[in-house]
Write a new protein. Sequence first.
Length: 284
Amino acid sequence: EAKARGRNTYHFFSQDLNDAAKEKLQIENHLREAIREHQFVLYYQPKIDIRTNVVIGYEALLRWVRPDGSMIPPLRFIPVAESTGLIVEIGEWIIWEACRFISRQQSRGHDVTISINLSARQFTDQNLAEVVERVLQRTGARADKLIFEITESMLMGDTDAAIAQLNELKGLGVTLSIDDFGTGYSSLSYLKRFPVDELKIDRSFVKDIPADTNDMDIVAAIIAMAQKMNLRVVAEGVETIEQIEFLKNNACYLVQGYYFSMPRAEQDLYNLSYQPLLIGAAEL
Ligand code: C2E
Ligand code: MG
Ligand code: MG
Ligand code: MG
């Protein structure tokens, strides 16, 4: 009995591993095809100044549109792209596309920023700053309109290398932001050593406001700390008017979330139905 069960367990286990490996290989092949066939598209989520309801920028979020029209969310394929190294090529395309977006916005007279998520592999790439510099030159996008989002975990490990990379990027005149802030393990003394400009409070702390008073305390503490350290602070995942009120009362004025808009294709940014938002009229 035990032996049979043991064999079964082993069988199921190896079967699962096999399936996982197979799925990974399948995604990897599909990713190569996606690059070749131009199946990636950037969606854009507005970042709003809630004092004025002005759109001050957008976050670029990657979408993979399969030939059948289905859309695959980034968390399903970015880990595979990361582990196979394909993310470097995809990431370079993202930088080009986001900078072309910015230069189109500039020519419409929209003074907005674009935030790009960097993956760990991209962030440790020695050529990153060089690529960014070239793209800025070729597209005419203004460096001070470009924001790179990294996560706390990318700053751990080899901190000297991380600081060197951040300084190289900062040297180009771009802005640096810590995404999903509060979910990692960065200590305050670390934070002070990194030349970053912005913190994005993770959605997990925002979503249960105002029901969860612990989360409200955490968010208020992050906002206060950011102010003390002279960092800009952005709240992610804002979905309700109560959350907006709470953030306003705590002097956090920059927000992203479904309350204002889901990420949208570029052509859909200009017919936001909820209200006629002003675009890019405010200074950061
Ligand atoms: P992130 O950078 O923290 O992006 C925020 C995610 O929260 C996005 O999911 C966005 O659609 C979602 N979101 C925004 N507002 C709300 C809200 O009010 N409620 C809820 N429930 N969700 C909201 P998405 O687009 O699926 O991206 C997930 C993650 O995938 C991103 O998290 C980022 O880590 C990664 N990612 C997305 N695009 C890229 C990319 O171009 N490059 C890299 N390296 N990673 C990317
Ligand atoms: Mg992000
Ligand atoms: Mg993230
Ligand atoms: Mg985030």
